[in-house]
Design a protein around this ligand. Structure first.
Ligand SMILES: *[C@@H]1O[C@H](CO)[C@@H](O)[C@H](O)[C@H]1NC(C)=O
Ligand SMILES: *[C@@H]1O[C@H](CO)[C@@H](O)[C@H](O)[C@H]1NC(C)=O
Ligand SMILES: *[C@@H]1O[C@H](CO)[C@@H](O)[C@H](O)[C@H]1NC(C)=O
Length: 520
């Protein structure tokens, strides 16, 4: 029998069967080979991720880790030699030094006899950066007991091909979250799942990617204590041979890729602590520290709470600060919430502080919503403006019931929320790193599923609502703030939480970093 005598459908069937069998064998062969590829990928690592996560990967996992790493780095050969670095005084934070690449061929040393304390971060979204500034705030300035310099070391500030690799990955992530939140439905679910699936392989891939980041960190003094606010920075520090690495674990959801072998991993809350123990993170690598909050906010808690409660009692307008995240997602929800609150704003019951950050598209969206609802607003466009606004808010009311904050400068965009929290009554934000700020919070619709646990934590701590997923419910909560004692009850929780140090995470991180450095 020859092929020509077969019916076309029969040929198709045979072809299909052959490709299925072929694919199956290809897969078996890949599974057979991938453990070897995986081993050669990790053989020179300074610490073993496999020991940390409880053993080597199954063949399918080995293949996934190997493939994801290949997609990240392709055929690049990881360099080791550190770029020479220099420091400059920060023009934003007095006392802080900011690192960047030195055009010369040598790294600049600390002016101090002791190696500096490094706060290492990656500017991805606002979160990691915000936490980094919070950590530095306990190392510089009045009352800090730090006798070293404090260096702000952002991987993306070191101009290099390595920094570009990170930017490419970040662009992809921002696009993903924006799309997911605008599309809703299946897309939002899928994105949620992807960002939540932080399994062992995600740590393997993060650690492997960090191998390529060594040139960004090898120019620093290895005796420096280092506080990392991005797990990849902690991975790179461990791999580079730093021995005092403190990793500030983000969020309130235990996932492998946010903890780092060879580092002291500090977590913000008790459920993360026991979840990581359960997963197998050694007790010696783990500690409960409290929430990541900047010093001004923590020290301002008693005054800010008193001011909020006094405003309520006097029937003053409720001040709501609404920031947008660094990824600029959630536009739809926030815009429609602004519209839904326009009635209360015009009645003078609510004042809005809208922080569009450095996102042109958010600024346009806010302006559109304000104009179409006939809401008057003032604009603040720089650091001087926001500082003056804050001073004014301590004593009087704003000239318009809505103030829009928009910037070209990234730092001011991040800092505005920190600056205004103590003069606002309620923070309306997604359950990001802001979920733990010591201010009554209206937690609005999340972007990644991992954020759900942060809203839960805030709600149980008594300083925030559960996640509010629909605009009418957000308006209902605003009315509850206006007409019930909810705000006073939250004030009490914040005061109580503060007394037992729940907001002292960054303070503790800085203390531990310095103590461990002295012990050596
Ligand atoms: C740096 O460059 C100078 C002159 O270009 C050279 O003399 C010196 O040896 C270099 N130092 C290092 C550490 O490479
Ligand atoms: C702003 O609020 C005040 C009360 O604080 C109110 O009297 C006024 O009508 C509001 N203005 C506008 C333009 O909405
Ligand atoms: C806020 O709560 C604290 C703690 O319960 C309380 O001591 C304080 O009086 C409250 N503030 C006001 C202004 O009521």
């Amino acid at each position: 029998m020859n092929m020509a005598s077969l019916q076309p459908w029969a040929i198709a069937l045979i072809a299909l069967a052959a490709s299925v069998i072929g694919l199956y064998f290809l897969w078996r062969i890949l599974l057979l080979l991938s453990p070897r590829w995986y081993r050669s990928m990790v053989e020179n690592n300074a610490v073993s991720v496999d020991d940390f996560v409880g053993g080597p990967p199954e063949p399918a996992s080995a293949f996934k880790s190997w493939l994801l790493n290949w997609l990240n780095v392709r055929n690049r050969v990881a360099k080791k030699e550190g770029y020479p670095l220099k420091t400059q005084d920060s023009d934003k934070v007095p006392g802080l030094k900011v690192t960047s690449r030195n055009e010369g061929n040598e790294s600049q040393a600390s002016n101090n006899k002791k190696p500096p304390v490094i706060v290492g971060t990656i500017r991805m979204g606002f979160g990691h950066h915000r936490i980094a500034y919070a950590a530095t705030s306990w190392g510089v300035g009045r009352g800090s007991r730090n006798d070293r310099e404090t260096w702000f070391h952002d991987f993306l500030n070191i101009e290099s091909e390595e920094a570009q690799m990170i930017k490419d990955a970040d662009a992809l992530y921002s696009k993903g979250s924006r799309l997911a939140s605008e599309l809703g439905g299946m897309a939002e679910k899928f994105w949620g799942k992807l960002t939540k699936s932080g399994d062992e392989d995600s740590l393997r891939v993060t650690y492997q990617f960090a191998q390529h980041m060594l040139p960004l960190i090898n120019g620093l003094d290895k005796n420096s204590p280092i506080i990392a606010t991005h797990s990849m920075v902690a991975c790179a520090a461990v791999e580079a041979g730093f021995t005092n690495v403190i990793n500030l674990v983000i969020d309130n959801h235990a996932q492998w890729f946010v903890v780092v072998p060879g580092a002291l991993n500090l977590v913000q809350g008790p459920s993360n602590y026991h979840s990581f123990l359960k997963m197998g993170v050694p007790e010696k690598d783990l500690a409960l520290a409290g929430h990541w909050i900047p010093r001004d906010l923590v020290e301002g808690i008693p005054d800010a709470c008193a001011r909020r409660v006094a405003r309520r009692k006097a029937g003053k307008p409720l001040r709501i600060i609404v920031p947008v995240g660094g990824a600029g997602a959630q536009r739809k929800f926030i815009v429609s919430m602004v519209g839904a609150l326009s009635g209360l704003v015009k009645e003078g019951k609510v004042q809005l502080f809208l922080n569009a950050g450095d996102h042109e598209h958010m600024k346009e969206a806010f302006v559109g919503a304000l104009e179409s609802n006939g809401m008057e607003y003032d604009k603040v466009v720089d650091m001087k403006g926001v500082q003056e606004f804050k001073e004014k808010m301590m004593k009087q009311e704003p000239s318009k019931n809505v103030t829009l904050f928009t910037y070209e400068d990234y730092f001011t965009a991040v800092a505005t929320t920190d600056i205004l929290c103590n003069v606002a009554d309620v923070l309306a934000c997604k359950p990001s790193e802001l979920a733990f700020y010591p201010i009554p919070k209206l937690m609005i619709r999340r972007v990644g599923d991992h954020e759900a646990y942060s809203a839960l934590r805030a709600s149980e701590l008594g300083d925030g609502t559960l996640e509010v997923r629909e605009v009418p419910l957000a308006v209902k909560y605003v009315n509850l703030f206006l007409t019930t004692n909810l705000l006073e009850v939250m004030n009490k929780s914040i005061n109580d939480n503060n007394k037992i140090g729940l907001y002292d995470g960054c303070k503790n991180a800085m203390r531990l970093a310095l103590e461990r450095a002295e012990r050596k």
